[in-house]
Design a protein around this ligand. Structure first.
Ligand code: NDP
Length: 396
């Protein structure tokens, strides 16, 4: 039984706090810290058992180390923003504590995300005998484990992987994002990219579209995006010839995004305005609904999974594994919508894997580097049941 420190009291932080509070057999003591103490206190008051709260600016290594020394956690679960990955990893190293996050490092001034800066910490974590688990959300996270599970139990060789992320939830607003708007819009407005025969192929943003008939949701248009789990998956499974990531968007979302881009509201460089410098995307974030407020209004389901093709016993095989999550059911359980829920539950399970030593090994790791079995066994009981099938479709 261990102590955890959760950093980031947003939509995902709420779910992680609830899940840790629901499982005292793993997380004996839980502290939730964020920049705004009141948000931590509001979440703590909604949890099924008492958890502690604290204030921290996670951009400051000094504040982080002081807090960690005070709380003395065994593991830090970082669910603030990707900008804080490196400061929190640094603080964990200085204080001798394991680390977990759900999104790879991004510099605030550069809409580019890659694992390089975090993988560079491998030796330091290994030397310190500590584990850093990267990307323990749904995608990245569960999708990485789905691929590892497919490889272990269903294939001798994987040839292609398509990650299919559908959010068919409706929050009733013409435009809102289901997780941090700044991170979400930076991701969607970046160039697309997919892996083909050993190299990345770049596309214009949202250039490639397909329709897929999602279980329990029905046919939806989905668009090819670059997504971070592809970088680690093609590294750790070099046999994969083609890997793509697809996400659904409603027509209303895309129309608003196009207009916002055309008028410059998604820019991330500072613009002078009446004697101040403002970053248009940060200003837009201030205008949009707070993702953590969408829970009560969002109805419908998410369906996220992996469509895999390859060889088993010398024969071609197709395999599809996915989770369906209902926004309203999530809200009833923890007060958050399904996008936060599908991220927060795997973060809590990843934390359990480290604390119970089911996933061990000092260094910096992605999810697919560990045995998928214990994680897959916990997914259903902890709230994210999965289904596997041989799809009728020849391809995505
Ligand atoms: P939110 O914006 O709702 O929450 C982020 C929280 O981080 C805010 O509440 C904010 O706290 C806190 N924060 C920001 N900067 C600091 C700082 N310097 N110090 C301390 N706290 C800070 O985001 P989400 O909850 O939607 O997302 C959380 C993370 O999960 C993001 O990194 C996101 O990319 C990731 N994610 C991963 C997914 C996956 O499947 N792998 C899917 C969805 C999200 P405060 O309010 O106190 O200022």
């Amino acid at each position: 039984m261990d102590k955890v420190l959760i950093i980031g009291a947003g939509g995902v932080g709420r779910v992680v706090a609830h899940k840790c509070a629901q499982h005292p057999e793993v997380f004996a003591e839980v502290t939730l810290a964020s920049r705004t103490l009141a948000r931590c206190q509001e979440i703590a008051a909604s949890c099924p058992r008492p958890i502690a709260t604290a204030r921290v600016d996670a951009d400051r290594v000094g504040e982080l180390t002081a807090l960690i020394r005070d709380v003395k956690p065994d593991l830090v679960i970082h669910v603030a923003l990707p900008y804080q990955d490196l400061t929190i990893m640094e603080a964990c190293l200085r204080t001798g504590v394991h680390y977990l996050d759900t999104a790879n490092y991004e510099h605030p001034d550069l809409a580019k995300f890659e694992y390089g800066p975090q993988w560079a910490y491998h030796e330091r974590f290994a030397d310190a005998g500590l584990t850093a688990l990267l990307g323990s959300g749904f995608d990245p996270g569960v999708t990485n484990v789905f691929v590892a599970h497919a490889r272990k139990h269903h294939f001798d060789t994987i040839q292609t992987v398509d990650i299919l992320d559908c959010n068919a939830g409706d929050h009733g607003y013409p435009f809102a994002t289901n997780f941090n708007p700044e991170i979400n819009i930076r991701e969607v407005s970046a160039n697309g990219r997919y892996w083909q025969d050993g190299a990345w192929v770049e596309t214009a943003p949202l250039e490639i579209r397909k329709t897929f008939d999602f279980p329990q949701v029905g046919p939806r248009d989905m668009y090819l995006l670059y997504h971070e789990e592809m970088e680690s998956l093609v590294k750790h499974f070099p046999e994969i010839r083609r890997m793509r990531f697809w996400m659904t968007f409603s027509e209303s979302y895309l129309t608003h995004l196009r207009v916002l881009e055309n008028v410059g509201m998604t820019r991330i460089d500072p613009v002078p305005f009446e004697g101040h410098q403002i970053v248009p995307l940060q200003f837009l974030k201030a205008l949009l609904p707070d993702p953590s407020s969408l829970g009560a209004r969002t109805k419908g389901k998410t369906c996220i999974g992996c469509f895999v093709r390859g060889l088993a016993d010398g024969e071609p095989r197709r395999y599809y594994v996915y989770n369906i999550c209902d926004h309203q059911a999530c809200y009833r359980e923890v007060g958050s919508q399904a996008v936060s829920y599908t991220t927060g539950v795997p973060a809590a399970i990843g934390a359990k894997m480290i604390l119970t030593r089911q996933w061990t090994g000092p260094g910096v790791f992605n999810m697919e580097q560990f045995d998928p079995d214990p994680f897959m066994a916990d997914l259903g009981p902890w709230g994210l049941p999965w289904t596997e099938m041989v799809p009728a479709l020849e391809d995505v």
